[in-house]
Write a protein that binds this ligand. Sequence first.
Ligand SMILES: *[C@@H]1O[C@H](CO)[C@@H](O)[C@H](O)[C@H]1NC(C)=O
Ligand SMILES: *[C@@H]1O[C@H](CO)[C@@H](O)[C@H](O)[C@H]1NC(C)=O
Length: 448
Amino acid sequence: MEMHIVSLKKGLSVAQALEDQAGIAVLGFFISETEDVNLSSPWSALTSYLLNNTDTEVNVRHAISINDLIGDVDRSKYFRYMGSLTTPSCNEVVAWTVFQEPIKVHRILLQQFPFKTGLTNVYRPVQSLNGRQVFSSPAALLPPSHQWCYDEECEFNPTKWYLLPDSHCDGEHQSPVNIETTKAVKDEHLDGFAFTQFDDKHVIKYITNTGHTVKFVLNEGAMEVSGGGLGHVYSTIQFHFHWGSLSNDSKGSEHTIDSKRFPMEVHIVNKRKDLTLEEAVNTTTGLAVLGFFIEAAASSKSSGAAEQHDDESSDDSHDSTDASTTATWKTLIGYLAEIQSIGSRVEVTKEMSLGELLSDVDLTSYYRYNGSLTTPSCNEAVVWTVFKNSIKLDRSMLTMFPNRIGFSDVFRPAQALHDRTISTTAGGSPLAPAAFFVFLVQFCAFLL
Ligand SMILES: *[C@@H]1O[C@H](CO)[C@@H](O)[C@H](O)[C@H]1NC(C)=O
Ligand SMILES: *[C@@H]1O[C@H](CO)[C@@H](O)[C@H](O)[C@H]1NC(C)=O
């Protein structure tokens, strides 16, 4: 069942409210049946008044408050959209609030509604949204993002993602993949990237706990990425993380290099500037994701991440993260404490730029392949860049992700490569240092 509490905008008559765009506010509560509740609830008093005579009115003698009827439903979790009355004349004057949690009422009391009134199936079928947006309160859990999961034990784990509505997860160009370094094909077109607003300390708008990851959402159109053989200008929309468990040797990256999994991976998601997001997710190169491995700093100077030591000079400076980069990562990780509950979100007010977060990584050395989003609906719309050089953080900073956020092993297993090739920057050739120099010039120009 569903209960509607109808309120008129204060000061308006019914006739006036029916003329006003949001003249009526309706609070909708779902009612689910249960046998675990007390039969002598306010609902038992309410149902005692049900009659089968049309157009009769009776005075209510019991003290029944709406508060009692709603009971312990969490009133901070709801959806909102602009709609209409659901009975003729269907005036489009209603600000709808539909609460996520149902009111639980005893089955015997629910049966009273059709039994005593003689009325059955009294509901209007769903109407088309026609482009309207439905908003969710920050506390409401959005069902689409909660249907799937990483945990093998749950229903829609990665092997079942293909069953989800609109899923592309059983396609042939899926991500992540294992990158076999000896099979990667050198491509001279993979030049340096150009970033706009890379050093802007105010590009991040908010951070949110999606139930699957922590996502940093950028101000729209603030940061852009081009070059890097992408062939289009992309605007950065968000970045998010993949991680493992709380254990010291935990591995939670999505891509693997020669089957080696790294502790974490961050994905910077960019959308082609000339496309809307909806167009981009349906276009082969509509999205460009920059993937960086994250691993524990210090102690292991020789572990050198995904770098190919045979044809690149190993640079020890990559193992000692500079102070301002460390400070920026500390700021970022500090926000995790504020988004511990799923669906929570906080505005980012502290200064943080992507340039600072990545300042220790050689951005001219990377792998490239065509793939997909690594979460449902797994659209095959992504040009992937996986950087060879990893971000180095203190181990204690890595553990903050599973520790603060409370879920672990949030990565999709490697997918089959099928007919795809993975390209690589022409590392070791005399071109590489030059490209790096060009990048530095660009980067410095943004700093000035
Ligand atoms: C209404 O209820 C009365 C008594 O329970 C019954 O006699 C009558 O037939 C019912 N009428 C309708 C329209 O269901
Ligand atoms: C990715 O797809 C684009 C467009 O279909 C193609 O031009 C490009 O060569 C592909 N890249 C790789 C590395 O296969």
